[in-house]
Design a protein around this ligand. Structure first.
Ligand code: DQQ
Length: 583
């Protein structure tokens, strides 16, 4: 029997002996919630968000679904909780929730990547459907180049070992390409001729503008640079980790990256800059190798700046999940404490909850929602209906493990009379949330949730809405206020905000995933997302509470609230002796 097969059989036996039922396609976790004591030394490690046992992580790389297994690679320092020695760590899953951590797929080893194996993507190549990695190498001389790697053994179900191509590097910076600004190749797409592969690479051009350089190839080894970028923006600098993929206007499913034409097909271009992931929606023309934005709304145009997330979320990547016909988004959620705190706790960085992503019915923005599999972790439920929140109300949603929970709530407003007005030039939601934090009383709002809160409310993170009027039009502001989240640690960027494009005749919904040091919030059924990192000192484990509140002068009603205590995800590791061990 091959070593890899023995390994899988062994893993299956051990998982089963621990009470884990491993079912192809639905990997059931052992219910360890009750039997586990909280690790008091590590109050900020998560229960159901992805993180490796220790050390530094950043960007998600090359997520894919291949032969019944989900793979996530990610930027990783095998030796420390700070950035460096960047390798491609590798974990596999049957459900995107429970993970088996493997050995790194690639470490810096060759002149073309000795400075680090930086971000990249996977493409699954027909006709045999073989996965290949395109990634950036930081070379011996500090230049950025693009490289190829392939699985060593396609019959290994986990594809543990990867081989770097003898043809590397495949794309090198020349002429006007600055070798410091040439990185992060996307998943490739194939033109309708069924022959030409296309990929974009992030760049800052010689004018100092962010751009996506387009390359084409017939064999995935020799790449030609197109004479113009796929797109660029005179209002941004370097584009890191670009992503480019189709969405269907009115569609309920995602589509493969190589779907180019067809009814309702539009394209999303995402670029990471200024610490955020911005996207634009438009049309891709494969004949002229061009992309044009819809309604002239381009990156950093004044009033509309579409972001995947208005909090901590960067260098994200999507992949098409053939098994569930959906497009799934992962993003790096970095720490908001100090580097010495990270070194002290021995780790830094999380991945967001994977989110399924669709085009909104208005065709103008994306909708994101936690993948449905996370609901398998929902345990004890609390619920209430038709609760009126009069001015100044604060009530506890008791009966939950409040440091590890999933809460869905909706709010209904009475007639909107006397709404607070804001200046007609107020288009910066983050600034508005800072000027009017959770303590500032308005007419309609703030109302929402206080999470990771101590009983005496010295510590609390407020996720809330406020209704305002600008130019005689109502606007909904969604804020996440971390400014009082900890008596100990100063968190960076303590207040985030977004406008929420919802119909005020309908309910305003909020879903918040609370997981010890991460608060991931979805407003208006996924129209705006805000992720925050917090480090409470008092509101940890069983001393954590969740409250609903209304600090506005007008009553609002909660038609429905459901909250669930969340179980832990099941995590296994294959150690150096290739034995799986549970953490
Ligand atoms: N992280 C990688 C780069 C990428 C950056 C290096 C974005 O490839 O541009 O770790 O966070």
């Amino acid at each position: 029997m091959e070593r890899s097969v023995i390994r899988v059989v062994l893993l299956h036996i051990i998982l089963t002996s621990y009470g884990v039922r491993s079912v192809r396609g639905s990997y059931k976790h052992r219910n360890i919630q009750e039997e586990e004591q909280p690790n008091q030394e590590q109050p900020y490690r998560t229960g159901f968000h992805f993180q490796p046992p220790k050390n530094w992580i950043n960007d998600p790389n090359g997520p894919m679904y291949y032969n019944g297994v989900y793979h996530l690679f990610y930027q990783y320092n095998p030796y420390a909780a700070i950035w460096g020695n960047i390798s491609w760590a590798h974990s596999v899953s049957y459900n995107l929730i429970d993970w088996i951590h493997l050995e790194p797929a690639m470490i810096p080893s060759e002149p073309y990547d000795i400075g680090g194996c930086w971000s990249g993507s996977v493409t699954i190549l027909p006709p045999e459907e073989n996965p290949v990695i395109l990634y950036t190498g930081d070379t011996f001389s500090g230049q950025q180049v693009q490289n190829l790697a392939t699985p060593k053994n396609l019959s290994d179900p986990f594809l543990v070992e990867w081989v770097k191509s003898p043809h590397n590097p495949l794309m090198v910076p020349y002429d006007d390409i600055d070798p410091n600004f040439f990185r992060d190749p996307t998943t490739a797409w194939r033109k309708s001729d069924n022959k030409t592969w296309c990929v974009i690479v992030g760049n800052q051009d010689s004018d100092g503008f962010g751009a996506a350089i387009l390359y084409t190839s017939d064999d995935f080894v020799s790449w030609r640079r197109s004479d113009k970028p796929l797109h660029f923006s005179g209002k941004t600098k370097m584009w890191e980790c670009p992503d480019f993929y189709p969405v269907i206007n009115g569609g309920k499913n995602g589509v493969d990256t190589s779907v180019i034409n067809g009814v309702g097909v539009m394209h999303v271009l995402k670029a990471s800059f200024n610490d955020h992931d911005y996207y634009v929606i438009g049309n891709y023309d494969e004949n002229r190798d061009g992309f044009s934005v819809l309604d002239d709304v381009d990156f950093m145009d004044d009033e509309v700046q579409l972001r995947y997330d208005y909090g901590v979320f960067y260098a994200s990547k999507t992949f098409y999940d053939e098994a569930k016909k959906r497009r799934v988004l992962w993003g790096w959620v970095m720490e908001a404490d100090s580097q010495s705190d990270d070194v002290g706790k021995g780790w830094s960085g999380l991945q967001s909850m994977p989110r399924s992503i669709l085009l909104d019915t208005n065709g103008k923005q994306l909708i994101q929602w936690p993948i449905e599999e996370v609901e398998e972790l929902r345990g004890k439920k609390v619920a209430l209906e038709n609760k009126e929140l009069t001015s100044g109300t604060l009530f506890e949603i008791s009966g939950l493990t409040a440091s590890q929970a999933d809460v869905e709530v909706s709010f209904r407003l009475p007639n909107l009379e006397g709404v607070d007005s804001i200046d007609e030039k107020s288009f910066d939601p983050q600034l508005l949330c800072r000027q009017m934090d959770a303590s500032v009383k308005g007419v309609f709002g703030p109302f929402g949730l206080l999470v990771l809160a101590s009983e005496d409310l010295t510590e609390k993170t407020a996720v809330f809405f406020r209704i305002l009027k600008r130019n005689e039009k109502y606007v909904v502001l969604m804020c996440s206020d971390q400014s009082r989240s900890s008596i100990k640690t100063h968190v960076k960027d303590a207040i985030f905000g977004s406008f929420l494009d919802v119909d005020l005749n309908q309910e305003i919904s909020l879903r918040t995933l609370i997981d010890h040091s991460i608060v991931e919030s979805f407003g208006g059924k996924g129209k705006s997302c805000i992720t925050a990192r917090v480090y409470p000192k008092l509101a940890v484990f069983e001393n954590s509470h969740v409250y609903a509140f209304n600090n506005g002068t007008t009553s609002v009603t909660i038609p429905r609230l459901s909250g669930w205590s969340m179980k832990k995800a099941q995590i296994a590791e294959l150690d150096k002796r290739r034995k799986p061990t549970f953490t």
